[in-house]
Design a protein around this ligand. Sequence first.
Ligand code: HPA
Ligand code: ZN
Length: 352
Amino acid sequence: MTNLSAFIGQLPKAELHVHLEGCLEAELLFELAERNDVALPWRSAAALRAAYQFDDLQSFLALYFQGCQVLRREQDFYQLTRDYLARAHADGVVRAECFLGPQSFTEQGVPIQAVIEGTLRAMADAEREDGISAGLLVSAHRHRSEADAFALLDSVLPWADQLAGFGLGGAEVGNPPEKFTRYFAELHRLGQATTAHAGEEGPADYVRQAVELLGVDRIDHGIRALDDPQLTAELAQAKMPFTVCPISNVKLQGVESLAQHPLPRMLAAGLTVTLNSDDPAYFESSLADNYRQCAQAFDLDAAALAGLAAASLRAAFLSDEQREPHLSELAAQLAAVRAAAPAEQQSGRAGA
Ligand code: HPA
Ligand code: ZN
């Protein structure tokens, strides 16, 4: 695994499904709580980490939204985003498209300018200092109303041309995509790229709704789409990208174990699959960790891993000119590893 682990770390990858709120490491959470005078129910960062035990999405979101309470000032959003992008850069991520849900902050009285400006400034600095490209996806909470989503959209319009697009997250079951049909129509009218979480815990029909009613460019998670073979065939044919988060699905008990994860079945069905971390701080796993653990669990070789990374670069909201150098670098790295080692040494379980 050592050679393959290094290969994974260097492979140019796009991270397309990561929540900045979910990048809040316990130590930074405590630092910000102190700075902003926010009372916490945990005695220490270690005690907080010990609370990272989740039964489902809802139990995770309760802790995640509690963590959001410490983010109050522009500098906080800057630090959160800059720290994540530094770690991602070190992990071989060349493009990061990051969700942020401003409603958690604005409802507490945090000005929208602080949220957006702090995040965008960190992205610009990371690009200049590290060369990592980053984009902000403004995420609406589906457990809130469509009117709330429209208010969110109004509030971020001053930055519309600096955004990578818009997403839909939060508590899925009972909040189907169809609730946001008019909101997504407006996003498309404005020329924005869109994604929606669908089929993480919700049924395959939510994936169909996200595609047919919302017209999304990517499906976030989407693992439950496999329950509907007709839909699966249609989305394979359409080359709809799925931003799959295998470790997240295990941690939130959507699947029993990584070995049981439907990733191999999604690939076998011809779906366009990318790997992602979702909430790396809370799941204690980076994007490269997702690649490494999947390589191990499913015996993926260098070519399969490079295929997943190439899919992520192709599904990124980038121009072909921005994408091409990364795909060329990826092809060069795969050629180098093939030249250096016989095929039997390149699989995920070799040396394990
Ligand atoms: N699903 C929905 N909303 C989220 C998630 C998720 O996995 N992570 C952070 N917000
Ligand atoms: Zn997510």
